[in-house]
Design a protein around this ligand. Sequence first.
Ligand code: ZN
Length: 406
Amino acid sequence: MCVMGFGQSTDETMSLCEEEERAAMKAKKVKKPEKKGRKPKSTFLHSGICKTCGVPHPWGKDAEIDSDNTSLLPPMRGVFYETEELEHLLGGLEETVGLSLSNIYITAHKRAVSMFVSNMLQGFTVDMARRLLSRIVYMRIIQLVNWCGLGKVSLRSYKKGKWLELGVSDIWSERLFPGDVAGVWTAVEGKDCSVKLRRAGNSWVCRAEALLEWEDRFTERLHPPAGVLMGTKDYPRCPVCGAPDEFKCYQWDRKKGLIKERDTGISVAHNTVGCVNTALFEIREELGKDLLDIVTRMEAEFIKKRVAEGRYERGRTPGCIGTADRNEVYSHYLDIIKRRCMGNPIEVSFSNKTLEVTVRNPGNEELLLGRILGTYEAVEGTPGQIDWQVVQGVLEAKVTPSNVMG
Ligand SMILES: [Zn+2]
């Protein structure tokens, strides 16, 4: 799910908004409130796109993004995951522990998404619409989801309180999409569900069905929100919608439900940072494994390959890795952290074979440490080891050559 809140209606959403409002008022015989000055920011979800900067409204008008590209509405922190990066991580973890982690992934993701959507569905009018007009709420969420790079989603079948069936093509993650659907269901319906994903030709069908009782014993168990919000909006952004200028690097294809980086061509998907955080938290709780080193190493291998293949090179890649200024090279590769909303690498320095990186507002420590370590190993062509600490919402990492070959 994307980082989104509520805002004033756009041209594209006007008819649905009015329909909801009329129906809700008719059902409850509520007197329409008088408009006084500026409309408060808690009405309906936007689903349009900014004509000035080309960034969809969920990231412009609705979300309040700070100078670290982090949403100012905790715990609704959203990040851009590389779809291949997540598959590498989640598939690799299953191989490492030798077990199917499907239930853990889906349950953890369901909780994170449910919290995310519940925060979206705030406000009197929307709350009423959710109870009385849940089909319209699902339609509105689907409109927004199609901006998030999760695939092209459509409503196939729905019976209030009983089931929800969605079709999806270009699915972002077969492992996690059922968790997306279950999370939306539990947030809207207020009851637990079973969820199944099946193939249908070239696309997929995902069906959530109501359970009589909550089967998830840990409904409230979530990894706490990461990072410290800076609260400043002093950064280059679109004067019309307020989206960070950096988000112009993304190409949004709503018809296919895809997001690609224009300069690298890499597919990304926008989802809650609570997804990976809570999945790792659950694996630790359930299996008692300390996964930090395993996940960091797994991510480092993925990033090392990406860098070596030139996948992160953009127009301004500073010369040849072997000869260019190391500080420029590392800044170039690690700048990607910020555009993905995973934190802001405010200091990057290299000397005496040592790379030191400071990331303000880190999103997921394991993924960030893996990215820093993998970048070092690709650039230096030698194994590294990483020491780190988090102090007051700031990640300080130091990579040095490893003493052990590996
Ligand atoms: Zn804009």
